[in-house]
Design a protein around this ligand. Sequence first.
Ligand SMILES: C[S@@+](CC[C@H](N)C(=O)[O-])C[C@H]1O[C@@H](n2cnc3c(N)ncnc32)[C@H](O)[C@@H]1O
Length: 271
Amino acid sequence: MQPSRRDDAASSHSAAAGDARTMAGYSADTYGRAFADVYDDWYHDLSDVDALAALVDGRAPVGAVCELGVGTGRVALAITARGRRVIGIDVSAEMLEQLAVNDTGRTIVAVRGDMVDDLGSATHGEHITAVVAAYNTVFNLHTESRQRALFASVASVLAPDGIFIVEAAVPPSDDDHGTTVGVRSMTTERVVLSVARHHGDDHIAEGHFIEFTDGDRVRLRPWSIRYLTIAEIDQMATDAGLVLESRLADWDGSTFTPGADNHISIYRRPT
Ligand SMILES: C[S@@+](CC[C@H](N)C(=O)[O-])C[C@H]1O[C@@H](n2cnc3c(N)ncnc32)[C@H](O)[C@@H]1O
């Protein structure tokens, strides 16, 4: 599997306990610790967040929005810029520290916690009409049961008629067990290599960005994901009582067509 937006992105993770194929030592906050200092530099242009915010506003025009894995606020800031209340939950202290730097107007209600276990308390008393999981955030949970639990948690906090927006990569085929090494960036004084491996049987893709700076130490930036097919995501949503409303190829609203690299799936909680 080549380093790609999917790998680069997917990033995070969640508790690795019991996940035999996830790299040793990886836990829920590993990604944030490894990427918070470079996240905005590396990923600021991942997607059109103004279009994302407009889409959220159009599909759920009232009430509060909750972003799972809010990170440095890349997405949430675009939504609050439209005057919407956003509660952002993230397990990483480092990511939330960077969010505090970026959110100079203190527009985001940032909560440190686990997006499965702490979603109820983070959103308690709020009329949540949209929950957003951007950039493969669902894949940061490393077991099927945790991913299923996330859909149940989201369904339990959504107001009737509220929506759950899931942005995710379309995964590689399960028979791909490749290991890849590539170059992410290179100057005369610094090179960032990307190493990745893929356990198709377990739906685990993981790797490191390895940063070598001349005369300085080596910096490892680990990431690990458990990816899901579109059909699996649909099933988890259905099992949580959510109904697929539409599937898009991008935040501008282009219709998803098979073969696309990413999808944006919008599920609604029935009234
Ligand atoms: C790929 S980043 C996406 C950040 C942001 N949503 C964006 O699109 O730019 C995934 C985020 O999820 C967070 N995260 C990972 N596992 C989590 C968990 N179990 N609960 C809450 N946040 C988690 C990470 O710390 C990280 O900030």
